[in-house]
Design a protein around this ligand. Sequence first.
Ligand code: NAP
Length: 295
Amino acid sequence: MSIPPRIGFIGLGIMGRAMALNLHKAGYQLTVYNRTRQRTAEFADLGCDVAATPRALAKACGLVITMVSDPAAMDAVLEGPEGVLGALSGGSALINMSTVSPSYTAALSKKCWTAGAAFLDCPVSGSKPAAEAGKLVVLAAGDKAAVEKYSPVLKAMGRAVIYAGPAPAGTALKLCVNLIVAQLTTALAESAALAEAQGISPDLIFQTLRENPALNCGYFDLKKENILKKDYPPAFPLKHMLKDARFMLGEAAAKRLELPVTAAAAALMEKADRSGYGDKDLSVILDNLTEPLAR
Ligand code: NAP
């Protein structure tokens, strides 16, 4: 079975734009859809087709990839008369790369199965720079043969494909990995706030981390400028990590597992969201920690 000649890509936000551009660069024929049509203009300039609706995109493409915000955005592009699901047929495939909940993923897998289409649960690890460089880590779940079949497509966007098992194992793994990202970000912000409170430069923290091989983590470098300049251009918007933290806590509660540190990180993110920081990079939680000191 060969990969369909035309790929439909839905969601041209921070991540999706870069991922779709990499598919185009790899030579795949693309049809794109984005709710805000303006974001499709650069793809039209590159010679890609632009679909008026998700349904029209799915009609034109044997493989549909979704990279949108959350379950509500997924429903908006999948369900209803103009949605993807009504246009899926036997032999077509849907790969979801957005981060949603495991229960949403499991239900979507069933809907695709009912439609006779293959479904791959493929969220990604890595932020805007990795998406731009085509170096995401794809956390793939679903039928193993289907993951193997579509791995050339996944590898056009990522450096590695980790097979997690049947869906929703990719989503489950994504939540485990993002738990660490949430806590690393909280640790950096609290450490910088403590440095500031003691009258030392937070840059000294980054210098120390860099010189200690056990603590020299690329993620710290990614967030360094944000922390030092207190400027938070979105690479990973806070609202998306908050969504993921709610999924983590929901999954844990359902399994009677406590995640006390994740709960504390989520509370910090809830506060930042209430402060109107949802669209900024998640490292913005530093502002809530240092604001009381400034008063
Ligand atoms: P983003 O920049 O906020 O883009 C979100 C995309 O979803 C946009 O294309 C947006 O369309 C679309 N969308 C939102 N609501 C919609 C609706 N109701 N109907 C139709 N389309 C809708 O987000 P992102 O950073 O690319 O993240 C996308 C997904 O990847 C999220 O699930 C996120 O958690 C996950 N992720 C993000 C990162 C990261 O570092 N940024 C890393 C790994 C995974 P418009 O253009 O019309 O708003």
